[in-house]
Design a protein around this ligand. Structure first.
Ligand code: MG
Length: 159
Protein backbone atom coordinates (compact mmCIF):
# COMPACT_ATOMS: atom_id res chain seq x y z
CA UNK A 1 0.00 0.00 0.00
CA UNK A 2 1.37 3.38 -1.00
CA UNK A 3 0.04 6.91 -0.60
CA UNK A 4 1.15 10.06 -2.39
CA UNK A 5 1.21 13.56 -0.91
CA UNK A 6 1.94 17.05 -2.16
CA UNK A 7 2.81 20.19 -0.23
CA UNK A 8 3.48 23.78 -1.20
CA UNK A 9 4.46 26.84 0.78
CA UNK A 10 5.43 30.44 0.13
CA UNK A 11 6.97 33.00 2.46
CA UNK A 12 7.67 36.67 1.88
CA UNK A 13 11.27 37.83 2.29
CA UNK A 14 12.26 40.66 4.62
CA UNK A 15 15.42 42.40 3.47
CA UNK A 16 16.19 43.40 7.05
CA UNK A 17 16.96 39.76 7.84
CA UNK A 18 20.24 37.87 7.57
CA UNK A 19 19.43 34.17 7.25
CA UNK A 20 17.03 31.69 5.74
CA UNK A 21 16.12 28.27 7.13
CA UNK A 22 15.74 25.67 4.39
CA UNK A 23 15.26 22.00 5.18
CA UNK A 24 16.60 22.50 8.69
CA UNK A 25 19.77 24.25 7.44
CA UNK A 26 20.44 27.85 8.48
CA UNK A 27 21.81 29.67 5.44
CA UNK A 28 23.31 33.17 5.70
CA UNK A 29 21.30 35.36 3.32
CA UNK A 30 20.71 39.10 2.85
CA UNK A 31 17.07 38.60 3.94
CA UNK A 32 14.86 36.41 6.12
CA UNK A 33 11.51 34.72 5.70
CA UNK A 34 8.55 36.58 7.16
CA UNK A 35 6.96 33.97 9.40
CA UNK A 36 5.38 33.17 12.72
CA UNK A 37 7.72 30.18 13.12
CA UNK A 38 11.34 30.04 11.91
CA UNK A 39 9.91 30.27 8.37
CA UNK A 40 11.46 27.10 6.95
CA UNK A 41 9.37 27.03 3.78
CA UNK A 42 10.77 23.65 2.72
CA UNK A 43 9.99 21.87 5.99
CA UNK A 44 6.52 23.43 5.95
CA UNK A 45 5.85 22.08 2.45
CA UNK A 46 7.27 18.70 3.43
CA UNK A 47 5.17 18.41 6.59
CA UNK A 48 2.12 19.43 4.55
CA UNK A 49 2.95 16.76 1.95
CA UNK A 50 3.10 14.08 4.66
CA UNK A 51 -0.16 15.26 6.24
CA UNK A 52 -1.63 15.29 2.74
CA UNK A 53 -0.51 11.74 1.98
CA UNK A 54 -2.25 10.66 5.19
CA UNK A 55 -5.35 12.74 4.33
CA UNK A 56 -4.82 14.22 7.78
CA UNK A 57 -5.50 17.88 7.15
CA UNK A 58 -2.87 20.58 6.71
CA UNK A 59 -0.07 22.18 8.67
CA UNK A 60 -2.21 25.14 9.68
CA UNK A 61 -4.75 22.84 11.35
CA UNK A 62 -2.08 21.00 13.31
CA UNK A 63 -0.10 24.14 14.21
CA UNK A 64 -2.28 27.29 14.06
CA UNK A 65 -0.14 30.38 13.46
CA UNK A 66 -2.29 32.30 15.93
CA UNK A 67 -1.19 29.97 18.73
CA UNK A 68 1.43 31.63 20.96
CA UNK A 69 3.29 28.33 21.49
CA UNK A 70 4.06 28.25 17.75
CA UNK A 71 5.73 31.68 17.72
CA UNK A 72 9.36 31.40 16.65
CA UNK A 73 9.03 27.62 16.76
CA UNK A 74 11.55 25.43 14.96
CA UNK A 75 9.92 23.94 11.89
CA UNK A 76 11.61 20.61 12.61
CA UNK A 77 8.96 20.25 15.35
CA UNK A 78 6.28 20.44 12.65
CA UNK A 79 8.05 17.81 10.56
CA UNK A 80 8.54 15.58 13.61
CA UNK A 81 4.81 15.73 14.33
CA UNK A 82 3.92 14.82 10.74
CA UNK A 83 6.45 11.96 10.76
CA UNK A 84 5.13 10.69 14.11
CA UNK A 85 1.59 10.57 12.73
CA UNK A 86 2.90 8.80 9.62
CA UNK A 87 4.59 6.12 11.74
CA UNK A 88 1.56 5.79 14.03
CA UNK A 89 -0.52 4.98 10.96
CA UNK A 90 2.00 2.36 9.86
CA UNK A 91 3.73 4.21 7.04
CA UNK A 92 7.31 5.10 6.24
CA UNK A 93 8.86 7.44 3.66
CA UNK A 94 9.40 5.79 0.28
CA UNK A 95 10.98 8.85 -1.29
CA UNK A 96 10.40 12.56 -1.57
CA UNK A 97 11.13 15.10 -4.27
CA UNK A 98 11.37 18.81 -3.46
CA UNK A 99 11.85 22.00 -5.44
CA UNK A 100 12.80 25.30 -3.82
CA UNK A 101 12.39 28.51 -5.78
CA UNK A 102 14.57 31.48 -4.84
CA UNK A 103 15.64 34.19 -7.25
CA UNK A 104 19.06 34.87 -5.75
CA UNK A 105 21.49 33.87 -4.52
CA UNK A 106 21.45 30.52 -6.31
CA UNK A 107 20.74 27.60 -4.01
CA UNK A 108 22.68 25.05 -6.05
CA UNK A 109 25.70 25.01 -3.68
CA UNK A 110 23.39 24.15 -0.75
CA UNK A 111 21.22 21.42 -2.28
CA UNK A 112 23.32 18.51 -0.97
CA UNK A 113 23.46 19.85 2.58
CA UNK A 114 19.72 20.55 2.59
CA UNK A 115 18.91 17.04 1.31
CA UNK A 116 21.23 15.50 3.92
CA UNK A 117 19.52 17.49 6.65
CA UNK A 118 16.07 16.33 5.58
CA UNK A 119 17.24 12.71 5.38
CA UNK A 120 18.62 13.01 8.90
CA UNK A 121 15.48 14.66 10.29
CA UNK A 122 13.34 11.88 8.83
CA UNK A 123 15.78 9.06 9.52
CA UNK A 124 15.84 7.93 5.89
CA UNK A 125 18.63 7.17 3.43
CA UNK A 126 20.02 10.17 1.51
CA UNK A 127 18.99 8.45 -1.73
CA UNK A 128 15.34 8.81 -0.65
CA UNK A 129 15.55 12.62 -0.69
CA UNK A 130 15.75 14.85 -3.76
CA UNK A 131 16.16 18.61 -3.44
CA UNK A 132 16.10 20.70 -6.60
CA UNK A 133 16.61 24.46 -6.93
CA UNK A 134 15.02 26.89 -9.36
CA UNK A 135 14.72 30.63 -9.75
CA UNK A 136 11.54 32.53 -10.53
CA UNK A 137 12.89 33.54 -13.96
CA UNK A 138 12.40 37.18 -13.01
CA UNK A 139 8.65 36.62 -12.81
CA UNK A 140 6.08 36.66 -9.98
CA UNK A 141 6.90 37.29 -6.31
CA UNK A 142 9.82 34.84 -6.35
CA UNK A 143 11.25 36.37 -9.50
CA UNK A 144 11.09 39.86 -7.98
CA UNK A 145 13.06 38.60 -5.01
CA UNK A 146 10.12 39.15 -2.67
CA UNK A 147 9.42 35.50 -1.77
CA UNK A 148 10.71 31.96 -1.46
CA UNK A 149 8.56 28.99 -2.48
CA UNK A 150 8.84 25.24 -1.90
CA UNK A 151 6.96 22.32 -3.43
CA UNK A 152 7.28 18.72 -2.24
CA UNK A 153 5.91 15.40 -3.45
CA UNK A 154 6.23 12.46 -1.09
CA UNK A 155 5.48 8.76 -1.40
CA UNK A 156 4.58 6.83 1.74
CA UNK A 157 4.85 3.06 1.94
CA UNK A 158 2.96 0.85 4.40
CA UNK A 159 5.62 -0.59 6.69
MG1 MG B 1 4.99 28.29 5.93
Amino acid sequence: MTRIGFGEDLHALDRAGDHLWLGGVRLPMPFAAVAHSDGDVLLHALADAIFGALAAGDLGEHFPDAAPENRGRASRDFLAAAAALMRARGYQIGNLDATVQLEKPRLSPHKTAIAASIAQLLGVAPAAVSVKAKTGEGLDAVGRGDAVRAQVAVLLIKS
